[in-house]
Design a protein around this ligand. Structure first.
Ligand SMILES: Cc1ncc(COP(=O)(O)O)c(C=O)c1O
Length: 449
């Protein structure tokens, strides 16, 4: 029986008198303000691991069935629901398959959870910089050639990449997977922004169908589940043991996952997998196409090997921060981010034609104005810093704050990101060079003792 049916059935049969958590007692306690906010039903679904209801740590009943169903839909060896976002799937994958001292190849523009996974696992990063697109102020998708070259020179246990990137660019995942296989390297893809790829025509296959060992997808980002629902999958072709991943998930996950979230994942996945769901995604993609056709020729839309639901635009040289200010103030429209060159609007399953039309009209109207050109063209020439301590070692070091001017050759205890290039120019455990120091606009810095 599906989890949703199980919960409905429970109530149909009159429920039970529960002396268990959660304390709201299926919504008997709910403030009026919360009821207005959430309605009555949410808390009725917010049950704990009741007798016969199974649990996420060692699923044997309805949750096991639900996970098997998800695994069938995604054609994976095993899939796990995450009620703490892709963050938890990334960290757990690293804890499960990397141990202290293992080298792991990571693109410097990774999400912070990958860095935190290094702190927890004790694995040692081998950083690399993907190619930079100075026209748009973003990092490109990762090319197989770059990975092949590094793996010929360095032995690593695993590779972690983000594809699509935050800005929506695809990497050469299929070719990279083959290279990883040839070198015996575990391949983990942070596919947090790619949760719709199983269900629509995105001109890319989901990472585990491309040959990655593991992928992590945020269902809440594009696929319509509530925050922070996500999935982690192990590929059918991978030799990795799912039990290890379950054990790692059990270390970092709550022991009280909300059944309302688990049931939401079930409904969203079943819907996306239905013909109705697929039509819905087709409609989203065609609405985005129409938006692009209607946009003024003064506005450039990024088009390459990228995810169409991430609309990346730039105005003929105008500073994106100025455009973002007008959008916010005059049109009450908020973008996902603006860098010194471009701005990003994230769409997902809930983005409708009406919302896209409003954005299109606002941008077209703004484009009639004349703007001063943006000045920050110079990208900081960036060399990866020397590493003195691993992220884990740096985390446990004593720290002090000193004047930045005295920090040359000291070891940073901070992550410092500058724009451009928009990635951490310093991470904890890295040596602060004079060169980097000159480009940091900070009076104080925390260092490792
Ligand atoms: C590329 C990338 N990976 C992972 C994450 C973490 O995802 P979640 O919010 O589901 O934990 C994010 C969140 O913004 C992200 O942008």
């Amino acid at each position: 029986m599906s989890l949703i049916k199980k919960i409905k059935d429970y109530y149909k049969k009159g429920g039970r008198i529960l002396f268990t958590t959660p304390s709201h007692n299926q919504g008997h306690f709910q403030t009026t303000a919360a009821e207005k906010l959430l309605g009555k039903q949410f808390l009725q679904y917010d049950l704990s691991e009741l007798d016969g209801f199974d649990n996420l740590r060692n699923p044997q009943g309805p949750i096991k069935k639900l996970l098997e169903n998800i695994s069938n839909i995604y054609n994976s060896k095993s899939s796990f629901i995450l009620t703490n976002g892709s963050t938890s799937g990334i960290i757990a994958s690293m804890l499960a398959f990397l141990k202290e001292g293992d080298k792991v190849l990571i693109a410097r523009n990774c999400h912070i959870s990958v860095y935190n996974g290094l702190v927890l696992s004790g694995a040692v990063p081998v950083w690399f910089l993907p190619e930079y697109d100075s026209e748009w102020g973003i990092y490109k998708g990762i090319k197989a050639e770059q990975i092949e070259k590094i793996l010929r020179e360095q032995e690593v246990k695993a590779l972690i990449i983000t594809s699509p990137t935050y800005e929506g660019l695809y990497s050469e995942t299929e070719k990279i997977a083959q290279i990883c296989k040839n070198h015996g390297v575990i391949f983990i893809v942070d596919e947090a922004h790619g949760a719709l790829y199983n269900f629509g025509n995105f001109k890319t296959k989901p990472a585990i169908q491309c040959g990655a060992d593991i992928s992590v997808q945020s269902l809440h980002k594009t696929a319509g589940a509530p925050n922070p629902c996500a999935l982690v999958h192990i590929s059918n072709q991978s030799s990795l043991n799912p039990d290890k991943l379950q054990k790692a998930l059990n270390i970092i996950n709550t022991t009280s996952p909300s059944y309302a979230l688990l049931a939401s994942c079930e409904t969203v996945i079943n819907y996306l997998n239905s013909s109705k769901g697929q039509l819905y995604i087709e409609k989203l993609l065609s609405d985005i196409e129409i938006f692009k056709k209607n946009i003024s020729s003064k506005i450039h839309i990024y088009s390459g090997k990228n995810d169409p639901t991430k609309i990346l635009i730039k105005f003929n040289g105008a500073a994106p921060s100025a455009i973002a200010g007008i959008l916010n103030e005059k049109y009450k429209i908020e973008e996902e981010f603006s860098n010194h060159k471009s701005m990003l609007f994230i769409c997902g399953i809930g983005t409708n034609a009406n919302k896209l039309n409003k954005l299109c009209s606002a941008l077209n109207e703004i484009s009639k104005n004349t703007f001063t050109k943006c000045s920050t063209d110079a990208v900081m020439k960036y060399n990866l810093p020397d590493i003195k301590y691993t992220p884990r070692q740096a985390f446990f070091k004593d720290k002090i704050v000193i004047d930045t001017e005295n920090a040359v050759n000291k070891i940073s205890a901070e992550a410092i990101t500058t724009y451009p290039p928009g990635i951490p120019v310093l991470l904890p455990g890295e040596v602060i060079s004079k060169d980097i120091l000159n480009k940091i606009d900070k009076s104080h810095i925390e260092i490792c003792c």
